[in-house]
Design a protein around this ligand. Structure first.
Ligand code: HEM
Length: 180
């Protein structure tokens, strides 16, 4: 994944627990990179190893780390660095989620080597929607849940999420009913 993702995880740790904690986590992960360059693609393994090391060092389940990271990605990293791009996704939560399937095609102009997630939407109602997520990567469902929660907070429309079991057997797929 692009360095901006690893950097964002680093900032989540350093802002909450200090730089020393991050150094310990990096050592634990076996990743020997001094600093990440946002616009450079890195092996996905690096991101996963760092997230696992955060979980082990902090004694927090990996799923909680990924959820918190999802919220942080929306409410801090992209809000600060790409606020206008984020806002262009919709004037309210419903609009944003309806447009979500197209969102990363705009981001590919900034990050041409992106391997984006795939989103589809269905069952669009006044205050709920089904979000179908498919990835080329395994294990990021809780990250997506955190992202959706972060979007709810961004648009001041806190969300509830229910799993639709159809996709549950797959590591790289999920269907969430999002209600606000
Ligand atoms: C301005 C806002 C955003 C930017 C700049 C951005 C950028 C990125 C980047 C650089 C990656 C790493 C992928 C790679 O390097 O191959 C990524 C991954 C991802 N993004 Fe976004 N993103 C944004 C908003 C969102 C939103 C709103 C969602 C959904 C709710 C989202 C869902 C994801 C997911 C799930 C991944 C993990 C990749 C996977 O599942 O395979 N992103 N994004």
């Amino acid at each position: 994944m692009y360095g901006i993702v690893n950097k964002s995880l680093e900032e989540l740790v350093t802002e909450n627990f200090g730089e020393e904690k991050w150094e310990i986590i990096k050592q634990k992960s076996g990743i020997n990179i001094d600093f990440f360059i946002s616009s450079e693609p890195y092996n996905d393994d690096i991101t996963f190893k760092l997230a696992v090391a955060v979980s082990e060092e902090m004694g927090i389940p990996l799923s909680d780390v990924l959820f918190t990271f999802g919220e942080w990605w929306i409410l801090r990293t992209t809000k600060e660095k790409y606020g206008n791009l984020l806002k262009s996704g919709g004037n309210n939560l419903k609009e944003f989620l309806v447009n979500l399937p197209q969102f990363h095609s705009h981001i590919m102009m900034l990050y041409p080597k992106l391997t984006p997630p795939e989103f589809k939407v269905s069952h669009i109602e006044e205050r709920s929607i089904y979000i179908h997520y498919v990835s080329k990567r395994d294990g990021l469902k809780e990250f997506v849940r955190g992202l959706l929660s972060g979007l709810g907070k961004l648009y001041e429309s806190p969300v509830e999420m229910t799993d639709i079991p159809e996709a549950e057997l797959h590591q790289n797929k999920a269907i969430f009913k999002v209600t606000w």
